[in-house]
Design a protein around this ligand. Sequence first.
Ligand code: COA
Length: 156
Amino acid sequence: MALKVEKLKVNFKTLEEFKKFKEYGIQELSMLEDLEANMVEDHNDSPFYGIYFGDKLVARMSLYQVDAKFDRYFYPPQSYLELWKLEVLPEYQEKGYGRTLVEFAKSFGLPIKTNPRVKSSGFWEKLDFANVDYDMERDRGENPLVWYPEGVEAQH
Ligand code: COA
């Protein structure tokens, strides 16, 4: 069965599903507060994309488009996607969900930057992500990985 990536809505159901993910944190809590205070409408788009198995959310990632004027990673400088909170629930790992989400992110045709968790480097290598030349001022504590679409290279 083909896996379908969906843009997730900000609502109480989605936020309840998010509690099953290890990386539930300040971003989710702030979305919850905004909902409870009626500061966002139920069903507003969130920066999250996910894959459902039946009606259960089993994989998700967050994607944010960074404006070209802030690009310190790619040449020529351009808008790129920052990908974070990629996570597949334990029983669903190694079944192609992670790959499907990352390939969906690639389909926008923009370069991608992520700051992966330790121990997932084998996964990112399979998906053609590369290390950057570490720049202390730019990267500080991070250890970013990037993906270059055709015609894009590292900024020096
Ligand atoms: N190390 C090396 N290779 C890995 C890997 C890992 N941790 N996880 C997946 N792969 C490989 C798969 O074998 C597969 O290879 P193939 O295309 O040759 O068959 C490819 O990467 C795509 O795998 P996929 O099934 O899409 O991965 P996934 O759905 O399990 O998603 C993670 C990958 C890392 C996002 C997911 O496992 C996850 O959320 N893990 C949470 C915790 C974590 O980071 N664990 C890392 C190991 S401790």
